[in-house]
Design a protein around this ligand. Structure first.
Ligand SMILES: [Zn+2]
Length: 84
């Protein structure tokens, strides 16, 4: 996978990713910087729990990724609790 830094992006690619802003919050994630460009732009996000993860802008915009994974495991835990 070819990784490209934000500084190497073309203007067109930069326009595409401009929607995402450092400091924006998506669920538990806060964008702290640009990660890399693969098939889509990835952002470095800091989770409320302190984890840092790279998430595609697409996932953030769709709301399909809202934590580093801790949210999912907590939800699973609460499901399990309810089932008992
Ligand atoms: Zn987390």
């Amino acid at each position: 996978m070819q990784r490209i830094r934000e500084a190497d992006l073309t203007d067109a690619a930069r326009r595409k990713i401009r929607k995402m802003e450092v400091g924006s919050k998506y669920g538990r994630l806060t964008i702290v910087g640009f990660a890399y460009l693969a098939d889509r732009a990835y952002w470095t996000c800091e989770c409320n729990c302190g984890e840092t993860v790279a998430v595609s802008g697409h996932s953030l915009a769709r709301g399909s990724t809202r934590s580093c994974g801790c949210l999912r495991s907590e939800v699973l835990k609460s499901y399990r609790k309810r089932a008992v």
